[in-house]
Write a protein that binds this ligand. Structure first.
Ligand code: GLN
Length: 487
């Protein structure tokens, strides 16, 4: 018997269109799986069984009648709880938005709905996408399907765990400094951070606007190309959206990297990189060599400054973005009848935000304050330009760059949460990409002691095709994407 929940989108779509299986059956198989294992994984903050089944019935009847249906007809999708879903809770993993129901859909949500995808739930995440483990969620952490006492990575940990545990078929995440790629790496799934501006951020609750993008999270590279094909393209509701029309990435799925030249920047294999991760990625590089690609070891000298640069910019932007949560306009308000506005504002934020969010608001406010602005924020912006120049130089001579996604395999729950700096250091290989704005994909490239290793493929601005092609070629020639955790 086929377990439909274990299939990819492209496999399922064919079966749904042929009427070999109905969307209703697929939704039921997903919810059966959720009933069985969600208590162990905690991938979701909210689930929409009833509306999903209703939507499925509508699509099934359209298919039966022979009507034209969308590119994702009847396919379940999980949405990170930082993207607005009309009429459905959008908490951002925070108490302050616990009861927030947006009156509109984010553009990406609108686009997947237009293609007849079925939204099955909203996934767990670090509060306001601040973190690398989902341990900062106000609703409790998610567990890694490969080993339950380990983190899923973050901040889109729920989306990655739901995919790895076959509790969804597709997912969306957001990536400010690695939040799609880190959990993809830790849970052995595919995650892509598009070029800044390729995908609309309208309806994505902002953490750090100049860095973040919404990206597809999937079980294989074909599904990633498919989901990107649906969500990309200009949107007049997002002024930072690039002026390109929506386009398809399916042509990128060619299994051939002959004569591609890959850059291997040594700074991404530095101190703190586990030997097994380094070996996993080098084995992949040799695989590309066997498949006809060349590589050069290169240096990108400013990568060393990425962590302080990223955290200064991200926290500064966060301190400004999160000022809107004042207990008046959205969500939670601390009740105190005789208090004046200042006091209510203070108590609301004290009770509504978790420790990591408060830490970042305070540090960001400090970095932007008079007298310190030049010393910290402005300096960080200048270094950001140097980092971007490093990427432009490296990518002018190479088709793409290959690095580990994360320096380590998934760490234990509780291991880093008390030490924010060590958590931040783990982002060393992902944050430079957001500072530069270039695209990058994380794909599974092996296991050590049953824990996943992720490889990152970094491309030129708006050249998602090349990284998808390299990822696809690797996937076609290796078995790792087919492995399932033993749950
Ligand atoms: N771990 C990084 C941070 O905490 C990245 C998070 C993200 O991409 N949203 O900021």
């Amino acid at each position: 018997m086929v377990n439909y929940n274990e299939l990819t989108c492209h496999e399922l779509k064919e079966k749904i269109d042929n009427q070999e299986v109905s969307s209703e059956e697929v939704i039921n198989s997903i919810f059966d799986r959720i009933d069985k294992i969600e208590s162990k994984i905690h991938a979701y903050i909210s689930l929409f069984r009833d509306s999903a089944l209703q939507d499925a019935k509508v699509i099934d009847s359209q298919i039966k009648k022979g009507e034209t249906v969308g590119r994702l007809s009847g396919i379940p999708i999980a949405i990170k709880d930082v993207m607005c879903t009309k009429g459905k809770f959008t908490t951002c993993g925070s108490r302050i938005l616990e009861n927030y129901i947006p009156p509109f859909d984010a553009t990406v949500v609108e686009r997947v709905k237009k293609e007849d995808a079925i939204i099955i739930g909203k996934t767990n995440m670090d509060e306001f996408a601040m973190g690398s483990s989902t341990e900062n969620s106000a609703f409790g952490y998610s567990s890694n399907p490969w080993e339950l006492n380990r983190v899923t990575g973050g901040s889109s940990g729920g989306s990655a765990a739901a995919l790895a545990a076959d509790e969804t078929i597709l997912a969306l995440g957001s990536d400010t400094g690695g939040s799609v790629r880190c959990p993809a790496s830790f849970c052995s799934v595919v995650g892509l951070k598009p070029t800044y501006g390729l995908v609309s951020r309208y309806g994505l609750v902002a953490y750090a606007n100049s860095l973040e993008q919404i990206g597809p999270m999937t079980k294989d590279v074909t599904d990633c190309a498919l989901l990107l094909s649906i969500i990309n393209g200009n949107d007049h509701c997002d002024s930072t959206s690039a002026p390109f029309q929506n386009k398809s990435y399916m042509n990128a799925l060619v299994s051939d990297v002959k004569d591609f030249t890959l850059g291997i920047p040594k700074e991404f294999f530095g101190e703190g990189t586990e030997k097994a991760v380094e070996k996993g990625v080098w084995d992949a590089i040799h695989k590309f060599e066997d498949l006809g690609a060349n590589y050069n070891e290169i240096s990108m000298p400013h990568i060393a400054y990425s962590i302080p640069t990223y955290y200064l910019i991200a926290m500064s932007e966060a301190s400004s973005n999160l000022a809107r949560f004042d207990g008046v306009r959205y969500g939670f308000r601390a009740e105190k009848s005789e208090a004046d506005w200042d006091e209510v504002f203070g108590i609301t934020r004290q009770k509504g935000f978790g420790a990591e969010v408060k830490r970042r608001i305070i540090l960001g406010t400090f970095a932007l304050s008079a007298g310190y602005y030049d010393k910290y924020y402005l300096k960080a912006l200048k270094i950001r330009t140097l980092i971007k120049n490093d990427f432009e130089k490296a990518l002018s001579k190479h088709s793409a760059l290959i690095t580990p996604t994360m320096p380590t395999t998934p760490f234990k729950i509780g291991e880093k949460i008390e030490n924010p700096l060590s958590m931040y250091m783990g982002d060393i290989d992902t944050v430079p990409i957001n500072l530069a704005g270039v695209p990058a994909i994380s794909i599974p490239c092996g296991f050590v002691n049953n824990l996943p290793i992720g490889m990152q493929i970094i491309g030129r601005f708006f050249d998602e095709e090349t990284i998808l092609r390299i990822a696809y070629t690797y996937e076609q020639n290796t078995p790792f994407h087919n492995e399932k955790p033993n749950l």
